[in-house]
Design a protein around this ligand. Sequence first.
Ligand SMILES: NC(=O)C1=CN([C@@H]2O[C@H](COP(=O)(O)OP(=O)(O)OC[C@H]3O[C@@H](n4cnc5c(N)ncnc54)[C@H](O)[C@@H]3O)[C@@H](O)[C@H]2O)C=CC1
Ligand SMILES: O=C([O-])CC(=O)C(=O)O
Length: 267
Amino acid sequence: MKIGIAGLGAIGLHVAQELDRGGIPGCELAGISARNADRAAEANATLATPVPVYALNEIADHCDIIIETLPPQLFMDLAVPVIDAGKELVVLSASQLMGQQALLDKAAQTGAKILIPSGAILGLDAIKGAAVGNLVSVVIETRKPVAGLAKAPYVIDNNIDLSNLTEAKLVLGGAVTDVAKVFPANVNVAVAVSLAGYGTDKTRMEVWADPALEKNQHTVRVVSDSSDFTMTIQNRPTEENPATGKITALSVIAMLRQKTSVLQVGT
Ligand SMILES: NC(=O)C1=CN([C@@H]2O[C@H](COP(=O)(O)OP(=O)(O)OC[C@H]3O[C@@H](n4cnc5c(N)ncnc54)[C@H](O)[C@@H]3O)[C@@H](O)[C@H]2O)C=CC1
Ligand SMILES: O=C([O-])CC(=O)C(=O)O
């Protein structure tokens, strides 16, 4: 399988390097898209076998699977041509899939597939299983170190004082659909959880500023007619982007390895 990677930052570069060293059987890195020629050359310089550089609207012509690890505002510039070409799109900026039913409808016509890896979250398998029965409630509670939230536009615009916190403070709670409108930078994992089961209107999200934390922490609480479960993950940040957990790139690598594995584990 020919793999393309669009965006070579905290996630994309790690996946590119793993492909380059032959760590994903059956998959070869066939092309990259970067912000500009210099960034592409920098990325290629870290690879044993440099690869062609393509524009976001060209890369699908040269690859079977295109991995989107872009700044979220560029998502559609890549997604539309990949879906039009009927290829597989691996989406990390999951928040950008909200309200994009037209993109899914187009994929159904062209034969394209949209894959959301587990990324920085856990338990999507269990939520998918429970959703085959009846979900009663799904809540994702995201707790971030105070510094990770203090500069968010919502916090500044609403004069929410996060200085000198001695205990965790609920900054905002509500349906994922509504939280996404004011916290667009923090909802990839919440949208992934929602799309696994209960949808963005019924899945509830809480965003907490927690002075006791040094890492982002996500807790998912599910009540259903088959099982009740609570799962927590604390993500060690990448050196490149403190907002992105190291496990995210590893999750993409695991997803690609699963494509050719005779043993499939999990839903
Ligand atoms: N689903 C999940 O669990 C997670 C999703 N994310 C999301 O994944 C996405 C990527 O995250 P990171 O790798 O941390 O971001 P990053 O900012 O480290 O990397 C983005 C890369 O895209 C490049 N870029 C900018 N303009 C470009 C263009 N026109 N064409 C091609 N490349 C361009 C940048 O130079 C940068 O190297 C973000 O939307 C982030 O929110 C992040 C963490 C977890
Ligand atoms: O915890 C992380 O690594 C990323 C995160 O909150 C998100 O993208 O929603």
